[in-house]
Design a protein around this ligand. Structure first.
Ligand code: PBG
Length: 330
């Protein structure tokens, strides 16, 4: 890039007024950029706060339709369902994971009944149902890949049968996207999309989420044999190529803010629909600092979300979705 030297070039000229700044603004945020992750639990007519995620509630299934209506009215196009499961619901065979009557699948149906036009996204991994909190079956201390993929396919088909629009395999097993895609095709679910958690890192930023879904006390050991090493970037590109070749429609990078370099590489190198997850720990950091009066909540929330757009995201999974949409709608 060539530009004449000062004073012919004065870059402050275009920053001088709100009108000029808005003319040259390169990115914009809209409520349609957000996917809102919600937590659902058993019971009736109840909501409870998630202690480590101030402002986030778990809702019973009968309340989730109303939350979806509110989101849709704000212009949020998609909602992502995560189940809270107690220790008593977890088993070694994880059978509840593919039951059409588990709390997540009941929530999918409740949301589609309440707001047929909102897109419902799911999570595909065994961790809410597994006695040891892992995303895959554990045998002799090892996470077993291929047997887990068979279970994930059953989960995926049940979710699709319940009306899910977007399946989110978050387990990081090899071969799961292809297996799910093949099964969807055979079951005539050609239009069900897959937003793959493609570059999902083994991150300490998931801590508050594991509280939210009841996994903290269940998890034995770490997820380092299946989630990615935070030191790696080229490996993420191999995973993107692999997931696209297996039939993923959209790609996710997770966590978000510490991994925006990965988002940029995915967008530049592949040019496919790219999403990032501003995860629970990122949300909790901002909320905690704002509660202490150390950061301006709304300003930091919007700046963080704009960072995702600038990095190349087509959308962001964020617990801030309703609050940010309200601000954007004025
Ligand atoms: C589970 C799953 C996790 C998150 C989404 N799906 C946690 C994990 O992998 O341990 C994290 C989301 C967040 O932290 O907000 N497969």
């Amino acid at each position: 890039m060539t530009q004449p030297p000062f004073p012919n070039t004065r870059l402050r000229r275009l920053r001088a007024t709100p009108a000029l700044r808005s003319m040259v603004r390169e990115n914009a945020l809209s409520p349609s950029d957000f996917i809102w992750p919600v937590f659902v639990m058993d019971g009736t007519d109840a909501s409870e706060p998630v202690a480590s995620m101030p402002g986030v509630m778990r809702h019973t299934v009968d309340r989730i339709g109303a939350a979806a209506k509110e989101a849709y009215a704000l212009g949020i196009p998609a909602i992502c369902v995560f189940p809270y499961t107690g220790m008593e619901q977890r088993t070694e065979d994880c059978a509840l994971a593919w039951s059409p009557d588990n709390v997540a699948n009941r929530a999918i149906r409740a949301i589609k009944d309440a707001v047929p036009d909102i897109a419902v996204m799911t999570d595909i991994a065994l961790d809410p149902y597994n006695i040891n909190g892992h995303d895959g079956f554990v045998e002799n201390g090892q996470i077993i890949n291929d047997r887990t993929v068979e279970a994930l396919v059953k989960m995926a088909l049940t979710q699709a049968d319940c009306g899910a629009d977007i399946l989110g395999p978050s387990d990081m097993m090899d071969g799961r996207v292809g297996a799910i895609r093949t099964a969807l095709e055979s079951a005539k679910h050609q239009n069900v999309t897959i937003l793959s958690y493609t570059a999902k890192y083994a991150s300490a930023f998931y801590g508050p989420f594991r509280d939210a879904v009841g996994a903290s006390s269940a998890l034995t050991g770490d997820k380092n044999t299946y989630q990615m090493d935070p030191a790696n970037s080229d490996e993420a590109m191999r995973l993107v190529a692999r997931d696209l070749s297996e039939g993923a429609d959209m790609i996710m990078v997770k966590p978000g803010m510490p991994y925006l370099d990965i988002v940029r590489r995915v967008k530049t190198e592949f040019g496919v629909p790219t999403f990032a997850y501003q995860v629970s720990g990122e949300y909790a950091m901002i909320q905690a600092a704002a509660q202490n009066g150390w950061l301006d909540h709304d300003a930091v929330m919007m700046e963080s979300l704009m960072g995702f757009k600038r990095a190349g995201c087509d959308g962001v999974l964020t617990y801030f979705a309703p609050a940010a949409a309200k601000l954007l709608n004025g």
